[in-house]
Design a protein around this ligand. Structure first.
Ligand SMILES: Nc1ncnc2c1ncn2[C@@H]1O[C@H](COP(=O)(O)OP(=O)(O)O)[C@@H](O)[C@H]1O
Ligand SMILES: [Mg+2]
Length: 245
């Protein structure tokens, strides 16, 4: 650790926060608009015994300090095994349960992560072990996160995994999380809603004068990808709905 330069080792691969760096066993993340909420949430999760998140260690020199979680954070979306998807679903459920009835959840069901894709999960020996990147976390409904997880972990128009197998794995995710039948019936609508929201999220960034977050081409690609995935789910919703019935 003593060789680590004081400015730290840049942690690239994220999509929003420039300047995330590892310094020894800590991660320095530049303070952002949601830093206070994120800090309170990480402290709540620790208090309530949820181990799948970094510990909040304080703030210094314009950065939030988090514990570094060793393992791999996948750079790309790809198919995952049933065991990996089930582990992710259990971890999401445990995170949600730890926020129920808290001041942070307010009048909402839970605090949502809002970005629980594989790109924001640390895997240890291939097992999803912790969420990172709580910058978008906010009060919400559980289905927002379950739908986003179903999309980003399982559903893909590239069909590297055949459509019917995707539908079966979405069911596995929903059952492992513990959705009730009535919730499963609206899950496809929630996926479509999340995909539309993703288009709007990136379009709003695209509409700003200039951004360091991504190049214009990358922004256009993300919007196009979200639209394409939305069209795919819409075209095949019967197969997903049948699996979730
Ligand atoms: N607590 C942590 N433990 C281990 N790696 C981390 C941690 N926080 C961030 N990282 C690494 O830094 C990258 C960027 O951080 P992240 O919080 O996801 O920012 P972004 O908003 O840019 O996606 C992650 O993809 C991951 O590889
Ligand atoms: Mg990230």
């Amino acid at each position: 650790m003593s060789q680590t330069p004081s400015e730290g080792v840049p942690l690239v691969g994220g999509r929003m926060a420039a300047g995330v760096a590892r310094v020894g066993d800590t991660v320095r993340r530049p303070v952002c608009g949601s830093s206070d909420f994120m800090a309170a949430l990480l402290e709540l999760l620790e208090e309530r015994g949820f181990s799948g998140a970094p510990r909040y260690l304080g703030r210094s020199d314009g950065a939030d300090l988090l514990s570094f979680i060793p393992g791999e954070v996948p750079a790309r979306f790809r198919p995952w095994s049933d065991a990996q998807v089930a582990a992710a679903a259990r971890m999401l459920r445990a995170m949600h349960d730890a926020t129920r009835g808290s001041v942070l959840a307010g009048r909402f069901e839970v605090v949502c992560h809002h970005d629980p894709g594989p790109n924001n999960v640390v895997f240890q020996d291939g097992v999803p072990t912790a969420f990172i990147d709580f910058a978008e976390a906010a009060p919400g409904s559980r289905l927002e996160d379950v739908a986003y997880m179903a999309w980003t972990w399982v559903v893909s128009s590239k069909q590297a995994r055949p459509l019917r197998d995707q539908a079966d794995q979405v069911r596995l995710l929903a059952e492992t999380y513990g959705l009730k039948a009535a919730e499963r019936r609206v899950l496809v609508d929630c996926i479509l809603e999340r995909q539309s929201r993703n288009v709007r999220f990136w379009a709003e960034i695209q509409a700003r004068p200039a951004t360091a977050i991504a190049t214009p081409e990358e922004l256009a690609d993300r919007i196009e990808w979200s639209r394409r995935e939305h069209a795919f789910v819409h075209a095949h919703r019967g197969i997903f709905d049948a699996a979730l019935a």
